[in-house]
Design a protein around this ligand. Structure first.
Ligand SMILES: Cc1cn([C@H]2C[C@H](O)[C@@H](COP(=O)(O)OP(=O)(O)OP(=O)(O)O)O2)c(=O)[nH]c1=O
Length: 194
């Protein structure tokens, strides 16, 4: 049986993979996330790949994994609004600016996923979901930021949390917004697990 490693410290990704009944280990790395890529789908495909690659490099000579079939899953999520990329907010002022920009408009959430099996990149894709935000007043934004929810999330919000109050509709996979498009990940895993 293949061993699966989730190369992510995101509690949301752990929950989503658990939700579909997959058994896996979690190993995280600390990759340098700076890149000059500006195209959202290429950006998340690249970052998910370097996260998966870093963990593969850590485990490839490890006694627990050396003689096993190992599949490493890396992922990266960003928000894109009018063609520019929004990652996690740097501070609460930045969170305010981001949420002000997203209010009353449609934006895209991209999650990139990479599967590495035995040193080969066997899957590297980006999934897009359109998200429509209702109008949000400055006071509502300030209150939302005071919950602390935005700070570790791309686009400074969590659709699975209090920000649900401001989502008019989405077009695409909800789980992709939360950080992992598990239905597509499952389809890919089926191809590569034994
Ligand atoms: C848009 C959105 C993002 N997010 C989260 C998912 C990701 O955890 C985070 C984006 O940051 P990422 O850099 O993709 O991931 P991470 O730093 O949390 O974890 P790792 O690099 O170890 O894999 O934003 C939500 O939880 N809800 C949302 O609605």
């Amino acid at each position: 049986m293949s061993k699966i490693i989730l190369a992510s410290g995101s509690p949301r990704r752990k929950e989503l993979l658990e939700q579909i009944g997959i058994e896996f280990d979690i190993i995280t790395s600390d990759v340098d996330e700076t890149t000059l890529i500006t195209q959202p789908d290429e950006y998340v495909k690249y970052l998910s790949r370097i996260k998966a690659q870093a963990v593969w490099d850590m485990v490839k000579d490890d006694d627990d994994y050396r003689n096993e079939d190992v599949v490493v899953i890396g992922a990266d999520t960003i928000v894109s609004h009018k063609g520019h990329i929004l990652t996690k907010p740097k501070d609460t002022g930045n969170a305010f600016d981001i949420l002000k920009e997203l209010a009353g408009d449609c934006h895209q959430v991209y999650t990139g996923v990479t599967l590495i099996k035995n040193n080969n990149v066997v899957s590297n894709f980006a999934e897009k979901t359109d998200v429509y935000c209702n109008d949000i007043s400055d006071n509502e934004i300030r209150e939302y930021i005071s919950t602390g929810e935005p700070m570790d999330k791309a686009g400074a919000y969590g659709i699975q949390g209090r920000f649900a109050a401001f989502i008019g509709k989405i077009d695409g996979d909800y789980n992709n917004v939360v950080g992992l498009p598990v239905a597509r990940v499952y389809q890919e895993l089926k191809l590569w697990l034994n």
